[in-house]
Design a protein around this ligand. Structure first.
Ligand code: UD1
Length: 419
């Protein structure tokens, strides 16, 4: 199994380009199932989750062509199977995103129920309730969701919880339903809006994406289009924190700071100087040690759970004490034990981690348990004395494009070894 070796102590400096957003490209690839013509998707990040989605669509018979710039052309015309098998879904929970489109366009779908997850139980009950309210017959049998419907009917859906992929699945399903669907308490994440913008370009009638109330007027068909995926705000945030903890100075091109408000606010509180324009953001820590911050995760536009682990790494070496509260997932502190093994002072009470910053972490062999936890351990390695070995890095390849190349470009000492 591949590992990353990181020699701590480098100050990150320079300029890199942010990639397309993982959480936007996955629903957009699922949305190609709704189009009755070819779709061209640009700004696609080179990620394992994209490869997995392409494999999933390919198994269904969808034709996919990838050029050297990672532009993907997708044609769902030749589809022959409306099936998402367990062996694919278990490696990527976002596979559930094919359920809404398959059901809406073809009237049938069989999708493996995603299993447990390292960060919490992560049920899909709200996806299923919403589809049932739109007239689908759903049965869960043998670990699979069997869904059937004549044409879906528009409905008023009041979501119990804010769910990102749940909102996306139901919004996609509603585009081809008869009548109007209203999703109340919808997720407002920029990736939901990006999917809505893509669907609108395909001919869908959607209003209110980016707010808590999305209204979708069903249409008879959607056509193919060209679409360029939004840039990744979590990748941007991860590199900003990496820079802050090393005392560095970095400019991130192809970033969209308007979606980073809560993250930039916390970085400023930590003592960073931040400058930005429409499509770049620059952070300068002026070689200073960051100050501890307090955060509580919540749905957008509040502080994202996908940045919690990285800010925990920052607090580990920051001046003073801070609290990190995780309110979205029940078990998203797996990185903390690993950070403690590197000398971090963290006490966990319920869903809050109380940190007392130390001057330096000490390198240790550590193991990643999920995608963002892996990123936080790499960040911890950047500021540890000695060589940190991060194991199980397949998690990182699911969601960060060329992370070690980008860090090396900024002056980090990091390399991948086979085992
Ligand atoms: C998405 C993101 C993930 C991010 C998360 C929260 C993608 C591909 N993944 O995951 O990176 O960490 O949003 O911002 O976009 N819930 C239910 N029932 C449901 C669905 C969700 O109870 O049917 C609960 C979950 O257990 C969780 C909360 O709602 O506590 C939010 O989860 P959700 O927004 O659905 O996460 P994902 O869409 O899976």
């Amino acid at each position: 199994m591949e590992k990353l070796l990181i020699d701590g102590g480098c100050v990150l400096e320079g300029e890199i380009r942010v990639s397309g957003a993982k959480n936007a490209v996955l629903p957009i690839l699922a949305a190609t199932l709704l189009a009755d013509g070819p779709m061209q998707i640009a700004n696609v990040p080179h990620l394992q989750d994209v490869t997995t989605t392409m494999e999933l669509l390919g198994r269904m018979g969808v034709s996919l062509t990838l050029d050297e710039h990672m532009n993907i052309e997708v044609n769902s015309g030749p589809i022959k199977e409306l099936f998402a098998p367990y062996e694919v879904v278990k490696t990527m929970r976002a596979s559930i995103l094919v359920l809404g489109p398959l059901l809406a366009r073809f009237g049938e779908a069989e999708v493996s129920l995603p299993g447990g997850c390292a960060i919490g139980s992560r049920p899909v009950n709200l996806h299923l309730h919403g589809l049932e309210a739109m007239g689908a017959e759903i049965e869960v049998r043998g670990g699979y969701i069997h869904a059937k419907s004549k044409r879906l009917k528009g409905a008023r859906l009041v979501m119990d919880n804010v769910t990102v992929t749940g909102t996306e699945n139901l919004m996609m399903a509603a585009t081809l339903a008869v009548g109007t669907t209203v999703i109340e308490n919808a997720a407002r994440e920029p990736e939901v809006t990006d999917l809505a913008n893509c669907l609108i370009k395909m001919g869908a009638k959607i209003e209110g994406a980016g707010t808590g109330k999305i209204t979708i007027q069903g249409v008879d068909r959607l056509h193919g289009c060209q679409y360029s995926v939004l840039t990744d705000r979590i990748e941007t945030g991860t590199f900003l924190v990496a820079t802050a903890i090393t005392g560095g100075h970095v400019r991130l091109k192809n970033a969209q700071p308007k979606f980073l408000e809560s993250i930039l606010m916390k970085l400023k509180e930590a003592g960073a100087k931040v400058h930005c324009d429409e499509n770049w953001v620059e952070i300068d820590m002026c070689r200073r040690r960051p100050k501890s911050i307090n955060v509580c995760t919540a749905p957008y536009p509040a502080f994202p759970t996908d940045m919690q682990a990285q800010f925990t790494a920052l607090n580990c070496i920051a001046e003073g004490s801070g609290t990190i509260t995780e309110s979205v997932f029940e078990n998203r502190f797996m990185h903390i034990q690993e950070m403690q093994r590197m000398g971090a002072k963290i006490k966990v009470t319920g869903n809050t981690a109380i940190t007392t910053g130390v001057d330096k972490l000490v390198a240790a062999p550590v193991m990643a348990t999920d995608l963002r936890a892996s990123a936080s351990l790499i960040l911890a390695g950047l500021i540890a004395d000695g060589q940190t070995v991060v194991d199980r890095i397949y998690h990182i390849d699911r969601g960060y494009e060329c992370i070690e190349e980008k860090l090396m470009q900024l002056g980090a000492s990091i390399r991948r070894v086979p085992h």
